[in-house]
Design a binder for this molecule. Structure first.
Ligand SMILES: [Zn+2]
Length: 163
């Protein structure tokens, strides 16, 4: 038998979780986010050096600009990373929102740039945009929503001088 639209049924559907349950859920989410960030960091440290993956590249410059169209708060600080040949070839960056579990994956963009510029003597650039697919939560309110953070990135690869 299906649930008849009685008052009892509506009440059960709208039942708000008790405070303790909400707090526990928020704490679990915070732990999950911390865990994901630690995982990202350890993958970063274990990645092969740039020179092994892309031996023809001397230096890779990654510029990250963030923008959240759903807030009027000042955007997170831009980030500029310069990777030399000994640096880990790891191109996933955590979302700058501290309560978000998402990250921006530039692996495809970097691979495309370097593959296309292979054998060239001049530096090559590539720019693009990505949206965060993470979920954000607010500790106090204990509610989740998808993250609206946008990333504009610019990549520049400098070839190794062969002289
Ligand atoms: Zn995010």
């Amino acid at each position: 038998m299906t649930c008849a639209p009685s008052n009892a049924c509506v009440l059960r559907l709208r039942r708000v979780p008790p405070r303790a349950e909400m707090k526990l859920a928020a704490r679990k989410t915070a732990t999950a986010i911390r865990h994901r960030r630690e995982q990202l960091m350890s993958e970063h440290l274990r990645a092969d050096p740039l020179r092994k993956l892309f031996p023809g590249i001397e230096q890779l410059r990654i510029e990250l600009l963030f923008h959240d169209p759903e807030t009027h708060l000042p955007p997170p600080s831009p980030q500029l990373r310069t990777l030399y040949s000994a640096a880990p070839a790891f191109f996933r960056f955590a979302c700058p929102c501290t309560d978000c579990d998402g990250n921006f994956d530039l692996t495809d963009a970097v691979t495309t740039l370097i593959t296309n510029s292979e054998g060239r003597r001049r530096s090559a650039s590539f720019a693009g945009q990505l949206s965060c697919h993470g979920v954000r939560f607010r500790d106090q309110a204990a509610y989740r929503r998808s993250c609206s953070m946008q990333l504009s990135f610019q990549l520049r690869a400098e070839p190794r001088r062969t002289e």
